[in-house]
Design a protein around this ligand. Structure first.
Ligand SMILES: *Cc1c(COP(=O)(O)O)cnc(C)c1O
Length: 422
C-alpha cells in the first residue's frame, strides 16, 4: 500500500487531501503518514522475528525526531537510539522508557552522561578511550553501573555518499576493530562499566548488503575472540543504514538484509539491536511546496517554489534527488515538460531538481517532494530568516499540526541589541 497517492484527481496522504493540509498549515510543510511509519516498522520487525532472531529495534531518531513521530513508533514497540541530551529529552517526552534507549555518538559530554544515567538508559555506545574513562568517572560519582558497547570501526567502505559513510578507518567513528581486544580489557578493569555488547554502524543509505556482510562478519569474529578472552558479550548492536529507494536506487529488501544478519551473527546467541532511521521515516514523509513563480527563461523553465534549502537541505548537502510530483493528478494524455525546481534562496545550491518531468505549471500549483521523512525537517533551519517549516502527521482521515511553523517574530525574540546599542 502506498500512503501518498492520487485519489479523485488529487494526491492524498492516507485519507486526507493535501490541498486541505496546505490551507490549514500553509506551505512549505512536511506531511508524515502514521500508516507508512507503521508499515515500515512492521516490515522491519517482522523480518527479524520471521528469521527467529532475538532482536529489538531502537529507532534512530536523528532521522526524524518529531515527538509525534517517535510516539507513533514507540506505540508499535520501538525503543530509541539517541545522539544527544536533547534527543534523550525528546525520547522520554514521547513516552520511550529509559531502558529502551541507547545513547550513540562520538562526543557525549559529562552532563549528557549524567542525564542519561539518571534516566536509567539501557546502553551507552562508547566511541573512544577518553569517553570510556569519562563515563566510568561519571557513573562512579553517581553510584551507578552502566552497560556499554564499544562501537568498533570495521574498516568497511559502505559505498555510500562520502558524507554519510562512517565505517572506514579514516572516518571519525568508533574504535579500530584491530584494537578492540585491548579496549575491552581496559573497559573490564574500569569501575562502574559493564562491557556487554559490541556496536557497529558503517554508514547510511546503503543500497547493497555486501558491506553489511563484511562488517557483521568482523563483529562475529570479534565476539568469539572477546568471549575467549573472558568477556561476557551477550548483545550486539548492528546499527542502522539500510537504504531506501528515492527513485533511482535499488536497495535490498529488508528480508535480504536480515538474511545477512542471520548468516553472520545468527549462531552467537546474542540479543540483537537495530537502529534504523531512514528506513522507517524516509518514505513516510513528503515536503509539500507551492510554486511562487513559473519562470520561463531562454533555455529552461524554472519553478520557483516556496520551499528552500533551509527546509530540505539534502539536495544541497548530499546531492540527493527527491522525486517531485504535482498534487493535482496530471492528465493521462497531458504533455510533460522539463522543469528545474528551485527555492528562493540566493545560492545555486538551492536547487531541488533539474529537468524534472512535470505537467505545465503555473503560480499556486502545489508540488510534493517524496521520501522526505528522514533527514528533512530535523535539518531545517531559519537561514534567510525564513520561517521554520511546519510538520503535520496524518492518520487515516485525520491530520494534526505536530510542529507549528515558527515565524521570524518568534526566533527574533531570542535576539537583543547589546546594552551599549540602546
Ligand atoms: C545515523 C545513525 C543511525 C541511523 O542511520 P540510518 O541510515 O538513518 O538508518 C543508526 N545508528 C547510528 C549510530 C547512527 O549514527
Amino acid at each position: 500500500m502506498t500512503h501518498f497517492e492520487y485519489r479523485n484527481g488529487e494526491m492524498h496522504a492516507e485519507g486526507v487531501a493535501l490541498s486541505r493540509i496546505a490551507e490549514v498549515a500553509e506551505t512549505p510543510v512536511y506531511v508524515y503518514s502514521a500508516g507508512a511509519l507503521a508499515e515500515a516498522y512492521t516490515r522491519f520487525s517482522s523480518a527479524l522475528s520471521t528469521a527467529d532472531l532475538n532482536a529489538r529495534v531502537c529507532y534512530a531518531m536523528k532521522a526524524n525526531s518529531n515527538i509525534a513521530v517517535i510516539r507513533t513508533l514507540a506505540d508499535l514497540g520501538a525503543g530509541a537510539d539517541v545522539v544527544s541530551g536533547g534527543e534523550l529529552e525528546r525520547a522520554l517526552a514521547a513516552g520511550v522508557s529509559g531502558p529502551d534507549i541507547v545513547f550513540s555518538g562520538v562526543g557525549k559530554t559529562p552532563g549528557e552522561m549524567r542525564q542519561a544515567i539518571a534516566a536509567e538508559i539501557g546502553q551507552f555506545n562508547v566511541e573512544s578511550i577518553p569517553e570510556l574513562e569519562m563515563l566510568s568517572h561519571v557513573a562512579t560519582s553517581m553510584g551507578a553501573t552502566v552497560d556499554i558497547a564499544i562501537r568498533v570501526n570495521p574498516d568497511v567502505d559502505a559505498n555510500t555518499h562520502h558524507k554519510i559513510s562512517t565505517g572506514r578507518q579514516e572516518d571519525k567513528f568508533g574504535i579500530d576493530i584491530a584494537r578492540a581486544g585491548d579496549i575491552y580489557a581496559r573497559a573490564a578493569e574500569l569501575p562502574s562499566i559493564a562491557p556487554v555488547s559490541i556496536a557497529v554502524h558503517i554508514g547510511s543509505q546503503l543500497t547493497d548488503v555486501a558491506p553489511f556482510r563484511a562488517a557483521f562478519a568482523r563483529v562475529a569474529e570479534l565476539t568469539r575472540e572477546l568471549r575467549a578472552a573472558g568477556h561476557n558479550i551477550g548483545k550486539l548492536d548492528l546499527g542502522g543504514g539500510l537504504g531506501i529507494d528515492y527513485g533511482r536506487q535499488t536497495p535490498p529488501p529488508v528480508e535480504d538484509y536480515v538474511a545477512v544478519v542471520a548468516e553472520t551473527v545468527g549462531d552467537l546467541e546474542c540479543e540483537l539491536m537495530f537502529e534504523p532511521g531512514r528506513y522507517l521515516a524516509g518514505p513516510a514523509g513528503i515536503l509539500m511546496t507551492q510554486v511562487i513563480y513559473a519562470k520561463e527563461a531562454e533555455a529552461r523553465r524554472f519553478a520557483i517554489v516556496d520551499a528552500a534549502m533551509n527546509d530540505l537541505i539534502r539536495p544541497a548537502l548530499y546531492d540527493a534527488v527527491h522525486r517531485i510530483e504535482t498534487v493535482r493528478e496530471p492528465a493521462t494524455d497531458g504533455a510533460l515538460q522539463d522543469w528545474d525546481v528551485v527555492g528562493p534562496v540566493c545560492e545555486t545550491g538551492d536547487t531541488f531538481a533539474k529537468g524534472c518531468q512535470l505537467p505545465a505549471l503555473s503560480e499556486g500549483a502545489l508540488l510534493v517532494m517524496r521520501d522526505a521523512g528522514a533527514y528533512g525537517a530535523v535539518m531545517s533551519s531559519v537561514y534567510n530568516s525564513r520561517a521554520l517549516v511546519a510538520e503535520v502527521l496524518v492518520h487515516d482521515d485525520s491530520f494534526a499540526v505536530v510542529r507549528a511553523r515558527q515565524e521570524p517574530a518568534t526566533f527574533m525574540g531570542y535576539e537583543t541589541l547589546a546594552d551599549w546599542q540602546n
